[in-house]
Design a protein around this ligand. Structure first.
Ligand SMILES: Nc1ncnc2c1ncn2[C@@H]1O[C@H](COP(=O)(O)OP(=O)(O)O[C@H]2O[C@H](CO)[C@@H](O)[C@H](O)[C@H]2O)[C@@H](O)[C@H]1O
Length: 213
């Protein structure tokens, strides 16, 4: 992965990805204001590599995770962050291959694109199995996240993956064995993974573990 440097906090008023707004309503005659973020729906793909008995995941620098790793009293509201004191590695997450729903394509087609771009495997739409759709960030967004499952083999690997450079993506593909996954999800410290990752791992261990024993 390329080195991260010159990390600065700036105020944002316009964004193609995150749009703050509020909803006003009355409950029992009392007016309530609820602050929200309009954000894209998303797809997540749990990818099992049958050749090597591994789960294919992606590692990347997530600015929000980095920022929230800094103690609150040292987190600037604006300006440079001292990366010698707070190394960018604090913001590295492990995730499932995922993408926002911002194209006029089916969710399955978006999943296939993300698998190719991020992980370098060529998968057919018909090989994508839907697991479940649910809500994310119910207090602030309510976007729909849809989980898929697919299996790949080493023969289906067509590139290194890594994401689209013109979109600023710089993704490392990482593969975990089943014992490694068990280690990750049973740690007691704050993990640099999301609840969606933990859900997907638990789903896999519960429903597919028979493949791996
Ligand atoms: N907040 C943001 N600010 C600036 N640029 C952004 C952005 N979100 C996306 N982008 C841009 O959109 C590109 C494409 O994103 P992707 O569809 O690959 O989703 P990503 O893997 O970033 O996760 C995304 O989609 C998954 C699945 O919904 C979510 O879990 C995850 O939070 C979300 O970032 C990114 O490379 C980036 O250029």
């Amino acid at each position: 992965m390329k080195p991260i440097s010159d990390v600065r906090v700036v105020k944002t008023s316009e964004s193609a990805f995150i749009k703050p707004f509020s909803i006003l309503f009355k409950r029992g005659g009392h007016e309530i204001k609820w602050d929200l973020i309009d954000s894209h729906n998303g797809v997540y793909v749990i990818i099992y590599n049958r050749t090597r008995n591994t789960l294919v995941c992606v590692k990347q620098f997530r600015p929000g995770v980095y920022y929230k790793s800094i103690p609150e009293n040292d987190r600037p509201k604006e300006g440079l962050i001292d990366i010698d004191k707070y190394p960018p590695s604090l913001g590295l997450t492990v995730e499932f291959c995922a993408g926002i729903v911002d194209k006029n394509k089916s969710l399955e087609e978006i999943a296939v694109d993300e698998i190719r771009e991020e992980c370098g495997y060529e998968v057919k739409v018909s090989d994508i199995q839907k697991i479940i759709s649910c809500r994310s960030s119910v207090g602030s967004s309510g976007s729909v996240m849809t989980f898929f499952y697919t299996e790949v083999t080493d023969q289906m690997k067509i590139s290194e993956g890594g994401g689209l450079e013109h979109e600023g993506e710089d993704i490392e593909v990482v593969e975990y064995t089943i014992p490694q996954i068990r280690d990750i999800i049973t740690q007691s410290e704050v993990l640099n993974v999301s609840a969606s990752f933990l859900f997907g791992m638990m789903w896999f261990l519960t429903n597919k573990i028979v493949l791996c024993t």
